[in-house]
Design a protein around this ligand. Structure first.
Ligand SMILES: [Fe+2]
Length: 582
């Protein structure tokens, strides 16, 4: 019925505080109060997790003592007394149930999937002890077959390189993946020789000599620096060829591990369907290879594959296991139905807000609005598109999106510099009509959650000249690679969202209108936010983002706002100065 992440309400990215706003929203959407809840679930077993932390720190004391002092009190306060915290915060007297972290990920991957039976693979940093797991899902039950344990973790290996290449652990992994196509896999042998002992079945041992996450407060240590020839890149400084080569190398190793684990899951279960979750399942490049090269016929990935989805998993475990409720499956359709599980706002609420800030707007009927928006896109205008319920999970899927024309060669730079305020090496993602995906990409199946990367069709690719081949970094991205350059990466790949009328009719009809006008069934879709900020949630968030940036038009439900007609927005100037923008 409802799911949302706390960060969207508090406007603090990755906010780890008690999710009271998200809870209040879910209760409101369900039309009940906390006292009426049958159960409350949490997606970790706090005692088990505390045990790992204690053993880790005591096992390596006194070296690890310093970080224990820092992590310890927080853990005791926040996690061990989770029970009391939940009861106090909600005013709830009933039972609190805990599922294991990987069990929660597995549940979130299997229960909403369109499969009656499936193999389930989860991969992430760490929960209690497990870092990866293989299970079988059958009807409304899940059976665990195998686990890999801390400190051998694919998520943490990737995060170590995220840290080392100067990006933020837990969110910068996506950037490492995007940077990889610029690099050469120069360090792959070194990683296999020194960092990791990888076995045929995909399990592995990490050489702890090089990592610092056991004892220190950073991911890597002096040995690691020595091995890769220098200290980590300082965040926000220039990215060099070395970071690109490191990114490519860890991505290659990650894909190899994922593929081996996938083969093991297939061997152990004998199923043709695979479900994925856990933070590593957000690596859509690896997912694309699993689909193209792996032994499974069908693949479904939980859109909130990171820890946010754990909440969904534990709720479903309680529903099916504790409450013995059967699972209802519609073949070919998942039960996330597009993952539009967040707040929406009525036209009246939106209009009240617009009046309160003195905005200039028009109210249009649905057909006219879609016509106008489609036409604006063809004129290379950038549109903030705020429509319906907010998405659950890290991607914007056409409810809180910024849209543009993918055929435009200027669009990429314009959207990056003037709207997202970043000098990005990453191209934007395409939203494409489901029925036309194979006309543009080497993909035959659904990718509703932007979790699969596939090549742009060969006949649409524009080969590089010798001169262009010699270009470096971002300059390379500014060379048109296909007839949809704004969404084509330097390796001719694209991170695809397929759109159907059933899950998001307004968004579908907008792309359809763009297709009618141009013949092209693809538009640029990037999340509605600026760098470092969570995706917008309310009309006020969207309006602020619109006014601060160079988005040309804003669609807020049935209302259309033209930037040129808006009263002056003093705050935008101050804000841009503060961030040294423009
Ligand atoms: Fe996790």
């Amino acid at each position: 019925m409802a799911a949302a992440q706390e960060e969207r309400f508090t406007r603090k990215k990755g906010d780890a505080s008690f999710p009271i706003h998200a809870v209040e929203y879910c209760l409101r959407e369900g039309g009940i109060e906390a006292g009426q809840l049958a159960y409350v679930g949490f997606y970790d077993k706090p005692l088990l997790k505390f045990e790992r932390i204690l053993e880790t720190y005591l096992g390596v004391a006194p070296r690890g003592f310093q970080s224990f002092l820092q992590a310890g009190p927080l853990w005791i306060k926040e996690k061990l007394y989770m029970d009391r915290q939940i009861r106090d915060a909600l005013g709830y007297e009933g039972e609190v149930l805990y599922a294991e972290h990987h069990e929660s990920h597995a549940a979130s991957a299997f229960f909403p999937s369109p499969f009656e039976e499936a193999a389930i693979l989860t991969m992430d940093g760490v929960g209690e002890w497990a870092t990866a797991s293989i299970s079988i899902g059958r009807d409304s039950d899940i059976e665990l077959l195998d686990e890999l344990y801390w400190p051998d973790s694919l998520g943490l290996l990737y995060s170590a390189f995220t840290y080392y290449t100067g990006f933020k652990v837990n969110s910068g992994e996506y950037k490492v993946m995007g940077l990889a196509p610029y690099g050469e896999p120069k360090y792959v042998d070194l990683i296999y020789d020194e960092l990791i002992d990888l076995r045929e079945d995909g399990s592995f041992t990490l050489n702890q000599k090089y990592f610092d996450y056991l004892t220190g407060l950073t991911m890597t240590n002096g040995h690691f620096n020595q091995l890769f020839g220098g200290p980590p890149r300082v965040p926000e400084t220039k990215i060099s060829q070395r970071e690109m080569d490191l990114a490519r190398s860890v991505q290659v190793v990650c894909e190899e591990i994922v593929l081996r684990m996938v083969h093991t899951a297939h061997r152990k279960t004998g199923h043709e369907n695979l479900c994925l979750a856990g933070g590593v399942a957000l690596n859509c490049v690896a997912n694309g290879r699993v689909l193209r090269e792996g032994p499974f016929k069908r693949l479904w990935i939980q859109p909130a594959a990171g820890d946010a989805g754990g909440a969904l998993g534990v709720a479903q475990l309680i529903w099916h296991r504790q409450c013995k409720q059967p699972r209802r499956i519609t073949p070919g359709e998942d039960s996330m139905r597009g993952a539009y599980l967040g707040p929406s706002f009525s036209p009246r609420e939106i209009e009240d807000f617009l009046k309160s800030v003195g905005a200039v707007y028009e109210r249009l009927d649905r057909e006219t609005l879609i016509k106008r928006a489609g036409e604006l896109l063809t004129q290379e205008k950038v549109i903030g598109w705020f429509n319906g319920r907010m998405e659950f999970g890290p991607r914007a899927l056409g409810s809180r999106s910024i849209l543009g024309d993918p055929r435009s060669s200027r669009m990429q730079a314009q959207m990056n510099l003037k709207i997202k305020f970043r000098e990005s090496f990453r191209p934007f993602a395409p939203s494409v009509l489901r029925e036309r995906v194979s006309d543009y990409f080497d993909l035959e199946c659904d990718s509703p959650y932007m979790l699969l990367v596939a090549p742009v069709k060969t006949e649409r690719q524009i080969p590089m000249t010798e001169e262009q081949r010699r270009l470096w970094g971002i300059e390379k991205l500014n060379v048109a690679r296909s007839d949809i350059p704004a969404v084509t990466h330097v390796d001719y790949s694209a991170r695809i969202q397929t759109v159907t009328r059933e899950t998001n009719p307004d968004y579908y009809d907008l792309i359809k209108e763009f297709e009618r006008l141009t013949g092209c069934p693809v538009i640029v879709n990037t999340s509605f936010n600026v760098r470092g900020e969570p995706i917008v949630c309310t009309p006020a968030d969207a309006h602020t983002c619109f006014m601060r940036t160079h988005i040309d038009y804003l669609v807020l439900g049935p209302f259309l706002l033209d930037k040129a007609e808006q009263p002056e927005w003093q705050e935008a100037e101050d804000w841009r100065k503060q961030f040294q923008l423009d």
